[in-house]
Structure formats: structure tokens, C-alpha cells
Design a protein around this ligand. Structure first.
Ligand code: PLP
Length: 494
């Protein structure tokens, strides 16, 4: 087993090199050529959370020795999350909510980004790389802070985060601009998330093609979910939630469950598909989108068309027109047909769209259900779930909760449903407060306090002191200036 590019199977890498490089040299994404083997479900079910992380991560990134992986898991997660099991499962009405936001920045991305720095530095050392690793990331809000928190002051690394100016919430912005660490820089880009992400992808290929950092003692790597090191830890919580249900006696080992996933770049839901491929009994994966419903159309029609209006919504981490990780799904579902994927991706680049063949379209429709919800629908869902079930949803999870109801209504034979919750409601407090009370509070921090008073759900510690922390970053640039910005920080003595 090895990793190859989704666009050319003769471009191969050991998993540690795939983690280190982030993206393949032809612009494709690294993916395994066959599903990794994991221990039996019964064996995995008997493990502690940390053991489970160690096992699944070792299956996916198999060239890191298991004892070493256990150390990395322990360094990444010990006392970093609100609960020792990292991702608690909570019953809400007939369904379950998998809370992925109990980490250091209150976003689901903490699960992967807490361990990524440890994976990256280990992979570098294993491969004799002495260079500093410069992490480059475009963020729609949550990745940036979670990545900076993960990498801050990690020896041998530096990190640059680009976020779309006016494209993130007040709280997300404050989280990023107050980040400490001498190896950290964050900068807003005039444009939307896709501009920032496209800019980052172009920097990777330009730096590689023109050897812009050769001999400078620095190499670029990615913390976006195109990095397999981001994807791998996300596979684990699908297992974890399944075993929680088995251990509670809610399901019997082998029963299928359905997962509903608030989706943007398709990393989270792809991890669920990978878990299924590795043997976890997963039924349907429900892909929930906001008004940017490019994935809904794709799953329903087989046509991926990014030539459409880009909407800024109340769930900004899902405001995406190009869902990068879909490329990996197409590869896996087409039976590793890299030529086909290269063709689709070339169409996407030149025409802004592609249409998959009928066979692939049908296969995807068998595995996935898609549903989109606009802000108004998400707000109604927040209010009704709070009032009727006593549970406070954030704006992203609300989109998924709505998709869950629609899915169940249209599929009476559905399995038990687990809704992945990707953010604390306090990261989007103004919208959540508005959804419940109809009151507009433009001060995000005041909204947080009002929401806490109203609901008695405690504000997570990392968010409560944020408005009094000093702002440490203020850079803002045009997208054309991103490359120079990165080169400058690469060359800076830190
Ligand atoms: C990143 C993010 C998502 C989307 O996850 P993908 O892996 O990009 O599909 C959803 N909700 C929140 C809160 C996020 O931060």
C-alpha cells in the first residue's frame, strides 16, 4: 500500500511524505491506493479513546511506528479538550449529536489540528528533512485559529494564515488576530474564501516549479484538509461515536448508523466515507450545505458547477464553491481512475464545471444524500431545537440538523442518525441569539454574554476572555500579493 496522486498514480509517496508535502506535485491530492487495514471492530471497541486514535492513525499513516504514534496522540490531546474522550456524543430528541467542538478553539478542526504539528515534525525528522516547515493555510474562519493554536511555538515550524477580509465572524477574527507565538502570522486577503484557497494552491505550485525557497532552509506544507494528516484524525471520531452507541447498548455491533455532516471543503464527510471503507458499519452519509449548494446539485445530478453566485451566509465555514476533498471521493469511487479525475479537474479549472459519468453518479447517489438549507431555515431550526429539545446549536450544525430531518422524512428506512456538530454556538453567538430571540446584537461579545444569560449554557473558556486580549496582527493584502507575503515570512529570522 502506498499513497498516490488522485490525478496520476505514478506519482507516489510514503504516508509520511504525503503529510509533509501536503499536495502532490501535479496538483492532485494524496490518497491511499487501497483501504488501510484496521483491527476488528470488537478489538477497537474495547480500546480507550487515545488507543483508538493511535490504532486508526497508525493504519492510515503506517510508516510512523505505533509506539511513536501513541506518544504523538498523548502529546496532542492530553488535557487540551474539555472532556477526556475528546468528542462526546449527546442525545438530542431521537438523534445524536457528536460534539466535535470541545477543543482549544471550540471548532471541530481542533481534533485534527491539535495533532497535525506533531505529525508534520515527526514526518520531517523521519525523512531527514532539516528545513523549517512553513505551514500555509487559507481559512474560512475556523481552520486558521485552530492551526495557529496547534503550531504556535512548535519548534521547527512557522505558519501563515490567510483569511477572506469580511468573510469571517467577529469572534473568529478576534481569535486569529490575538494569536500569540513568534512563528505565527495571519493576514486578510481582499476576496472570498475561494480566492484565498486558490491563491494558496498557486503558491504551492509556483514555489515548487520555480524553486523559490531552494536553499533557504524552509519548506512549505499545508494544514488545509487537502493534507492527509488533517483527514486521518477525523476518521477516528466516526469510530468513536459508533462505539459509544454500542457500549451504551443503543445499537448492536454491526448495526449501521447514518451520519449527517455540515459540509464545506468535504474533508469531514470524506473521513466518514473512509471509515466506512475501512469497515465501520456506516449507512448513508448526509451532506448538508448552506445556500452555497454546489454539492447538493452535484450529488443529485452528477454535475459540479462552480459558475454560480457565491453567498456569504451565517455558516461561513461552509461558504465554499470548490470543495477540494471531493476529488478524493471521485478517485476512490471510480476505482482509482486517476485519468478520469485529472480530466474532471481540468474541466473544473478551464470551464468551471464537470459532469461525472452515469456509473459514478449512481454510485455516489447510493452512498450520499444531499440537502441544502438557507440561513432562515437554519435559524428556525436553532429556535425549535432549543425550545423543544433544550439543545443549543451553532449555525453550521443547524444546517445539518435540518438536513437530518429532511433525510429522515424522505427515507423512512433510515438508520439511527448522528449529526456532527462542528462549532460551539458561542463562535456565532450573534446569529444564534437572533435565531432564538429575534434580537439583533451587532457586538459579537455582548451577544455571547446575552446568550449565556438566556440559556445557561456556559461560554467555553477560550472564548470568554477574548474581547480583552491585545490584537497582535493587522496585515491585509490583495490576493496578487500573497506569494510575496509568504516568501517574506519564510525568509524572516524568527
Ligand atoms: C470547516 C468547517 C466545516 C466544514 O468542514 P469540511 O471538512 O470543510 O467539509 C463545517 N463547520 C464548521 C464549523 C467548520 O469549521
Amino acid at each position: 500500500m502506498k499513497y498516490t496522486s488522485t490525478r496520476n498514480t505514478s506519482i507516489t509517496a510514503a504516508p509520511s511524505m504525503a503529510v509533509l508535502n501536503g499536495i502532490a506535485s501535479d496538483g492532485g491530492l494524496f490518497i491511499f491506493d487501497e483501504y488501510p487495514l484496521a483491527p476488528s471492530l470488537n478489538e477497537l471497541c474495547g480500546m480507550t479513546t487515545f488507543e483508538l486514535y493511535t490504532e486508526i492513525l497508525s493504519s492510515l499513516i503506517f510508516d510512523i511506528p505505533k509506539e511513536k504514534m501513541a506518544d504523538l496522540v498523548s502529546a496532542a490531546y492530553t488535557d487540551k479538550f474539555e472532556t477526556g474522550d475528546l468528542t462526546p456524543l449527546v442525545k438530542v430528541g431521537d438523534d445524536y449529536v457528536l460534539e466535535l467542538f470541545r477543543g482549544p478553539t471550540s471548532a471541530f478542526k481542533d481534533v485534527a489540528l491539535s495533532i497535525l504539528p506533531h505529525l508534520v515534525t515527526t514526518c520531517a525528522r523521519m525523512n531527514g528533512v532539516e528545513d523549517d516547515i512553513h505551514i500555509l493555510t487559507a481559512t474560512s474562519g475556523d481552520t486558521g485559529k485552530a492551526a495557529m493554536a496547534g503550531f504556535a511555538d512548535v519548534e521547527g515550524t512557522r505558519i501563515t494564515v490567510f483569511f477572506p477580509k469580511d468573510g469571517v465572524s467577529t469572534v473568529q477574527q478576534a481569535q486569529m488576530l490575538t494569536q500569540e507565538g513568534k512563528n505565527v502570522t495571519v493576514c486578510s486577503v481582499k476576496g472570498n474564501f475561494d480566492d484565498a484557497q486558490t491563491g494558496v494552491k498557486e503558491i504551492f505550485s509556483k514555489v515548487q516549479q520555480d524553486k523559490l525557497l531552494a536553499g533557504k532552509g524552509v519548506r512549505l506544507s499545508s494544514a488545509n484538509s487537502i493534507n492527509i494528516g488533517r483527514l486521518a484524525p477525523q476518521v477516528v471520531y466516526y469510530y468513536k461515536s459508533y462505539f459509544d452507541l454500542v457500549r451504551a447498548g443503543t445499537i448492536t455491533m454491526g448495526d449501521k448508523i447514518d451520519f449527517v455532516v455540515p459540509t464545506g471543503n468535504f474533508g469531514d464527510i470524506l473521513a466518514g466515507y473512509i471509515a466506512k471503507g475501512m469497515g465501520l458499519p456506516v449507512g448513508t452519509l448526509v451532506c448538508a450545505s448552506n445556500k452555497n449548494d454546489v454539492l447538493t446539485e452535484f450529488i443529485e445530478t452528477g454535475r459540479y458547477n462552480r459558475n454560480r453566485t457565491f453567498y456569504k451566509t451565517a455558516s461561513p465555514s461552509m461558504d465554499i464553491l470548490v470543495s477540494s476533498n471531493l476529488e478524493r471521493l471521485l478517485y476512490l469511487m471510480s476505482g482509482n481512475d486517476a485519468d478520469k479525475i485529472a480530466g474532471y479537474m481540468s474541466d473544473l479549472k478551464t470551464k468551471g464545471e464537470y459532469t461525472v459519468d452515469n456509473e459514478l453518479k449512481t454510485a455516489i447517489a447510493n452512498e450520499f444524500y444531499a440537502c441544502a438549507a438557507c440561513d432562515e431555515t437554519a435559524f428556525v431550526t436553532i429556535k425549535s431545537v432549543y425550545e423543544e429539545k433544550g439543545y443549543l446549536l451553532d449555525t453550521h450544525t443547524a444546517v445539518a440538523m435540518h438536513a437530518c430531518s429532511e433525510y429522515k422524512k424522505n427515507n423512512p428506512g433510515h438508520n439511527l442518525c448522528v449529526v456532527l456538530s462542528t462549532a460551539s454556538p458561542y463562535k456565532f453567538a450573534a446569529d444564534v441569539l437572533f435565531a432564538i430571540t429575534g434580537k439583533k446584537e451587532s457586538d459579537g461579545f455582548k451577544a455571547m454574554r446575552d446568550l449565556e444569560t438566556l440559556t445557561n449554557v456556559p461560554i467555553p473558556k477560550n472564548l470568554s476572555g477574548l474581547d480583552t486580549k491585545p490584537t497582535l496582527h493587522s496585515d491585509s493584502i490583495e490576493k496578487e500579493a500573497m506569494l510575496d507575503y509568504v516568501i517574506d515570512f519564510s525568509e524572516k529570522k524568527i
